[in-house]
Design a protein around this ligand. Structure first.
Ligand code: PMP
Ligand code: GLN
Length: 394
């Protein structure tokens, strides 16, 4: 048989699926894959259920239902002061994953360079490569994950078409500062490049950290494609409803990419998400406050256990250094050991790096779980530490 697609043949199953399967196999509490174990807002879920029954179940318009495009436009004004034309500058997609692919397709030609920041979400690299573009990787380093300005500037050149920026950042939990964004904006202008802004955790920031869309900086409105996800904003990750905000000069190509990927997204879910985006401010501050309490619970417990817990300013995730515990193997071995011996699952952070020189002593825990589940996970980790299983494995 002729060989199939080289890139996909060389790509493994996503670490999230692998670790969720391992968790299930061992009866472990799954703090790996980032999905809440609680339901989203009842009114939003009910709206989706009711919307199935009123005869609007055929193809919605290509760029999304008018009520959701209007809601995305209104949310842009309410949260960020952005004036967005709902008829020309919003495209609804089947999740942020599709949105990312559509935005990359909209601007990239084979051979174009794309600047990516490590650690990175695992969809980015395969998609950039499948489109024939060339990734230019710049690495952020723990514990502060500061933007390495000289390296970033050096990664930009005459062939740079775009940067893919994720803030708040998975898995680092970093929220980019206004000064870092201004530095990126300057590079984009000097090199005439675009930005694909993965902002799925836009409303999940803590300790007074505020998410700033790169699109709000001077000169950036025409260069940025800003991506949101109802999965994250409404704790409904299975719905896969994403939304792109892009200038009218970019949106048509984004829409044409979407037309060839999925063409459209389930209409009942779109209508329910429109209702969700119109919720009062207290909803949006409330999800962040609740999540911050879950973060604190897990961070405190992990610190007491001896993990080197890094700060988290936003997202669903805590990153920890586990060398402090004295385990001899790498992050993949440690996550396997934790799943089997402690019955708690985390994600090895090396999965978020492209090269073989990735750091191998960090793991990621998701804290978007019920407090009783986080308590139980900590209790299991305490029992595991007392049991001496670590010394036997290390
Ligand atoms: N980007 C990042 C950084 C993510 O963590 C995720 C995880 N779900 C996505 C994109 C994909 O979002 P969606 O589920 O809406 O496709
Ligand atoms: N974004 C989720 C995470 O980082 C996973 C999404 C997925 O499994 N594709 O855990």
């Amino acid at each position: 048989m002729k060989p199939q697609n080289d890139l996909l043949s060389a790509t493994g199953t996503t670490v999230f699926t692998v670790m969720s399967a391992l968790a299930q196999q061992h009866g472990a509490i799954n703090l790996g894959q980032g999905f809440p174990d609680y339901e989203g807002p009842e009114d939003v879920v009910r709206a989706a259920a009711e919307a199935l029954l009123d005869n609007r179940n055929q193809y919605p318009p290509l760029t999304g239902l008018p009520e959701l495009r209007q809601a995305v436009s209104d949310a842009n004004r309410r949260f960020y002061g952005l004036e967005i034309d709902p008829n020309a500058e919003v495209v609804v997609t089947s999740g942020a994953t599709e949105a990312l692919i559509a935005c990359l397709m909209a601007v990239l030609n084979p051979g174009d360079e794309v600047v990516l920041l490590e650690p990175l979400y695992d969809t980015y690299l395969p998609v950039v490569k499948l489109l024939g573009a060339v990734p230019r990787l710049v690495r952020l380093s723990p514990p502060k994950w500061e933007l390495p300005r000289a390296e970033l500037a050096a990664a930009f050149g005459p062939r740079t078409k775009a940067i893919l920026l994720n803030s708040p950042m998975n898995p680092a939990g970093k929220v980019f500062t206004g000064a870092e964004l201004a530095f990126i904006a300057d590079l984009l202008q000097r090199h005439d490049a675009y930005a694909i802004c993965d902002e799925v955790y836009e409303h999940l920031t803590f300790d007074g950290w505020k998410h700033i869309p790169l699109m709000t900086l001077p000169g950036m409105r025409e260069r940025c494609m800003r991506i949101g996800s109802a999965g994250k904003t409404f704790s409904l990750t299975g719905w896969k409803v994403g939304y792109i905000t892009a200038d009218r000069s970019l949106a048509p190509n984004v829409a044409k990419a979407h037309q060839n990927l999925t063409f459209t997204t389930a209409p009942n879910l779109q209508r329910a998400v429109a209702l969700g985006l119109a919720k009062e401010d207290a909803y949006f501050t409330g999800i962040a406050t609740e999540l911050q309490a879950r973060r604190d619970l897990l961070a405190r417990g992990l610190s007491e256990l001896g993990f080197g817990v890094l700060p988290t300013q936003g997202s669903y995730f805590i990153t920890c250094d586990f060398t402090t515990l004295g385990f001899a193997g790498d992050d993949v071995a440690f996550c396997r050991h934790l799943t089997e011996a402690a019955k708690v699952t985390a994600i090895p952070v090396s999965a978020f790096y492209a090269g073989s020189d990735a750091p191998r002593h960090f793991i990621r825990f998701a804290f978007c779980k019920r407090e009783s589940v986080l308590e139980e996970a900590l209790e299991r980790l305490r029992a595991w530490k007392r049991s001496g299983a670590l010394a036997a494995a290390g």
